[in-house]
Design a protein around this ligand. Structure first.
Ligand SMILES: C[S@@+](CC[C@H](N)C(=O)[O-])C[C@H]1O[C@@H](n2cnc3c(N)ncnc32)[C@H](O)[C@@H]1O
Length: 263
């Protein structure tokens, strides 16, 4: 694979704070993900793949939900997935979703959150994942996207969010515009019953959300300064908004999409 490599970038699992950032990501986004999966009707005997599983909360939720099925949690780096005991129906596999696969038609559910936007060709990865689905099986893909920075009443905060996006694009090849293209990509892959919802991340009023973004900004700070995208003073001024009781603005929206392989 050419281009930026996830494990060498600012979001690599070994980066200081990334473990906690992933835990906060789960705490904030699991309720929406679980809501989507529950509406699809995950059954006790489903075979599921959780791709780019990170810390593994959704893989573990699926394992509890599918006692007669099998859940495979994959990641480039599986260390966080085996930190606590792994249930018998949960398999952990080191797996690069751009190269490694599952047999065609072998899965009832394939889920990936905050993964495809980091890949060099998210459409191709989605197409490959759709190919793993059995007839009637569901693909669920979730990725974040941002509102236009120019519309923010807090230019310093919006500039920091934009600089972080640029840093991720350089470090990991991340494309935050991808999230809005997911339903069209699902349709091109031949999926039907396509749906979309999103959770807006509001900063300034939710302690967990603010803790997540403080973590993101702290991890990005060395890279932002090193690349000249922002100065230390600009970052400090932007992050200080989170201490202002009057401050409220959006950070990103987590877009959740689902589509089904025709029976
Ligand atoms: C931002 S984290 C999201 C983790 C988890 N899906 C969640 O939402 O809580 C992205 C995860 O994808 C993994 N990842 C990145 N590139 C990958 C690839 N090519 N194949 C498999 N996993 C990958 C990373 O190691 C990381 O654990």
């Amino acid at each position: 694979m050419s281009g930026p490599v996830y494990q060498d970038g600012v979001l690599a699992h070994g980066t200081h704070g990334e473990r906690e950032r992933l835990r906060l990501l789960e705490e904030l986004n699991d309720p929406t993900t679980v809501g989507v999966l529950e509406r699809l009707g995950v059954a006790a005997d489903w075979r599921c793949v959780e791709a780019g599983a990170g810390h593994g909360s959704i893989a573990r939720w699926l394992a509890a939900r599918c006692p007669d099925g099998l859940v495979t949690a994959t990641d480039l780096d599986t260390a966080l997935l085996t930190e606590s005991p792994v249930p018998a129906n949960l398999t952990v596999e080191r797996h690069d979703v751009t190269r490694d696969g599952f047999p065609a038609g072998s899965q009832d559910l394939v889920h990936a959150r905050a993964l495809l936007g980091h890949l060099p060709d998210p459409e191709l990865a989605l197409d490959r994942m759709a190919g793993w689905l059995a007839p009637g099986g569901w693909l669920v893909v979730e990725d974040p996207t941002y509102l236009p920075a120019a519309d923010s009443p807090y230019p310093e905060f919006a500039a920091l969010l934009e600089a972080c996006q640029e840093l991720l694009a350089r470090a990991h090849g991340t494309d935050h515009g991808w999230a809005r293209r997911i339903p069209a990509a699902m349709a091109r892959s031949g999926l039907t019953d396509i749906g979309m919802t999103m959770r807006v991340a509001v900063c300034g009023t939710d302690r967990t959300e603010d803790a997540f973004w403080r973590r993101c900004f702290a991890q990005a700070t060395p890279g932002l300064i090193e690349t000249g995208l922002m100065t230390a003073e600009q970052i400090t001024a932007a992050v200080a908004h989170l201490d202002d009781p009057a401050f409220t603005d959006t950070a990103w929206m987590m877009v959740s999409c689902w589509g089904r392989r025709p029976s």
